[in-house]
Write a protein that binds this ligand. Structure first.
Ligand code: SF4
Ligand code: SF4
Length: 166
């Protein structure tokens, strides 16, 4: 079975090119639980940082620079998005429970976590710039970082990182 269902023709910008019917600056007016499915999906900045592997040590989440083997590090997209829960049993749906889970396991730049905790979306967020690539241009995604695929790794503790945006 292939490990790669990523549609080569998928353009991340397409999410932001047609905002017909989307209330302007909806994220300032609605709580997460009031958002439509489309609004919820638009909040994801595409950073890919939730696909880093983590360890829980003494009730704190430690991120590692190892990433799920299905993450494409250039686009920061999941290669098996439609099938991810079937293929990867511990892949998490990003829902309210996940956003509010303690200890926090989403990066502190994650739009869901930021809004739920009373912060604004950062100025590089695609919803503010209108550009899907702005997360990469701002250096806030995994693109270009020193990460490695989890394949073959079993000593995750040797890969713990302390990046300021996690
Ligand atoms: S960390 Fe949050 S904003 Fe970034 S890709 Fe994951 S869900 Fe989206
Ligand atoms: S399977 Fe889940 S954890 Fe792995 S890349 Fe896809 S979304 Fe990320």
């Amino acid at each position: 079975m292939t490990d790669n269902w990523l549609d080569d023709d998928y353009d991340p910008q397409s999410r932001f090119d047609n905002m017909d019917g989307i209330e302007s600056e909806f994220w300032k007016k609605k709580k997460l639980e009031e958002m439509t499915r489309q609004e919820w999906e638009l909040l994801c900045d595409g950073c890919g940082k939730c696909c880093l592997n983590k360890l829980e040590i003494r009730r704190k989440i430690k991120f590692t620079r190892t990433h799920c083997r299905f993450l494409d590090c250039q686009s920061c997209l999941c290669k098996i998005y439609e099938h991810r829960f079937k293929q990867v049993p511990d892949c998490r749906d990003i829902n309210l429970d996940a956003v509010r889970e303690q200890p926090r396991w989403l990066p502190k730049t994650c739009a869901y976590w930021l809004l739920d905790n009373g912060y604004e979306l950062p100025d590089w967020h695609p919803l503010r710039t209108g550009k899907a690539a702005s997360v990469h241009e701002a250096g806030m995604s995994l693109r270009g970082r020193n990460t490695v695929s989890e394949s073959g790794i079993d000593d995750y503790e040797n890969y713990i990182i302390d990046w300021s945006d996690l």
